[in-house]
Design a binder for this molecule. Structure first.
Ligand SMILES: [Fe+2]
Ligand SMILES: [Fe+2]
Length: 442
């Protein structure tokens, strides 16, 4: 389907249609039959399968609880009654999903005393850095919406909830889970409930897409920027949401699934959502900071390598100093810089004290990455790779690093912070989180 046709589809569906689909799609989380699931879990599944499945399902369970809690401000901020009513149905759905997952955790896995709080407590050990950060961010956006019900903030909040959390994280993961259960025939009660959850999510995502497609059609520039900013701000969290803290990316192998496939599917899904909202090819690539010659599979693989190399995460895992890994990180950074087009002849140097200098040069043919020192950079950061990653991950205070002489910046600081920043201008829609090194401007 063409971009225009997809976008039209998102706009043509009405809120009344979505409401009536909800009425027709009722199901009962309290009546899902888990009797065969208990037998499968205890007698048919191996210990490795149970560990992998529990880990993965815990992410969904907590996600459902978080989205239930965060939806109220959306209901208050919705500009029409039709949107308000649909969001009320969605809040009921999300509570039903949390109840479904909690029943599974208690009645099949044997965790908690049956109350949702005890189920959440018993499974929170499995949460990842990316998952925690994504939902902290969603809670912040929801909080902001309580006092700021402007169009911009509403669009930012819908992007975070329906496009990012539901459309990019949850739905591709649900499809992977379904593929495992359909292939093995295991956990029939859970599969039945999961299909109902996925149907509900489809409706929620359709609501978000319609709302954003309508807003975008009215004001392409403003709303397009809000959506792009929201994606940029959550990018690294999003790609780390299913990456285990211990760094073993093969944890899904016992289920015959690959974490890399989840990333590939997530990228593909996010890209399709942006097309559906009406983004042009150029706007879509810019929002995703994607090189058009790289496939979704290659993109997924690159993210896995960055995660395995310890470049994305909470900073507790060892950082790879392998030249190929460092180059890959700078290759990804290159796409971010390309999206913000510094002027011809600009040289941005990273004088990395432990792995050697490298720089980017803006030539008439585009941005060039050179693994060497430039004699006259426009701006240069002298820092270790570890400290640079801590800065990017917002674990280090740049002022403190400068005082400790662990960070030295020479040249045009305006290339790092503010409107001319190579990392992108500060998002107008939010002061919560700023891109990469923006905090250097403190
Ligand atoms: Fe849900
Ligand atoms: Fe949902």
């Amino acid at each position: 389907m063409s971009t225009a046709a997809t976008s039209q589809a998102a706009q043509t569906i009405s809120y009344a249609d979505l409401y009536s689909r909800w009425e027709r799609g009722h199901w009962l989380a309290t009546e899902v039959d888990f009797s065969q699931d208990r037998i499968d879990w205890q007698e048919k599944m191996t210990a490795q399968e149970r560990t992998a499945a529990l880990w993965f399902l815990a992410l969904f369970f907590h996600g459902e609880d978080e989205v239930t809690d965060d939806l109220s401000p959306y209901i208050e901020a919705a500009p029409t009654e039709e949107q308000t009513y649909f969001l009320c149905t969605q809040q009921v759905d999300e509570a039903r999903h949390a109840i479904f997952f909690n029943r599974f955790m208690h009645e099949v896995v044997g965790l908690g005393d049956g109350t949702t709080g005890s189920g959440l407590d018993a499974t929170k050990v499995h949460l990842t850095w990316g998952h925690r950060k994504t939902f902290e961010n969603l809670a912040n956006v929801a909080n902001k919406l309580k006092t700021d019900k402007s169009r911009r903030t509403y669009a930012e909040a819908i992007t975070n909830y329906m496009v990012i959390v539901e459309g990019t994280m949850a739905q591709p993961g649900q499809h992977l889970l379904e593929s495992w259960l359909e292939r093995t025939g295991l956990l029939p009660g859970f599969l039945d409930g999961l299909r109902n959850v996925a149907n509900d999510e489809q409706r929620h995502i359709a609501f978000g897409m319609k709302t954003l497609a309508d807003m975008y059609a009215q004001d392409r520039e403003e709303i397009g920027q809000v959506i792009t900013d929201a994606i940029r701000q959550t990018g690294t969290y999003l790609m780390a949401f299913a990456y285990p803290n211990h760094g073993d990316s093969t944890f899904l192998d016992p289920l015959g699934l690959r974490l890399q496939d989840l990333y590939t599917d997530s990228f593909r899904a996010l890209s399709a959502r942006l097309r559906g909202i009406g983004f042009t090819e150029e706007e879509r690539l810019k929002a995703l900071t994607l090189d058009p010659s790289v496939t979704f599979e290659e993109q997924g693989e690159k993210f896995m390598r960055l995660l395995d190399a310890g470049y994305i995460g909470d900073g507790t895992r060892p950082v790879s100093k392998e030249p190929a890994d460092v180059d890959l990180a700078f290759d990804m950074l290159q796409n971010i810089i390309k999206a913000h087009t510094p002027s011809l002849g600009t040289v941005v140097q990273f004088d990395l004290t432990d792995v050697g200098p490298r720089h980017y040069l803006v030539t008439p043919d585009g941005l060039e990455y050179i693994r060497d020192r430039h004699p006259a950079p426009s701006v240069s950061l002298k820092v270790s790779l570890n400290d640079l990653l801590d800065l990017i991950g917002e674990r280090a205070n740049p002022i403190k690093l400068i005082l400790q002489r662990k960070l030295k910046i020479t040249g045009d600081r305006g290339l790092l912070v503010g409107q001319r920043s190579i990392f992108g201008p500060p998002p107008a829609s939010s002061a919560r989180r700023v891109p990469l090194l923006e905090r250097l401007g403190l």
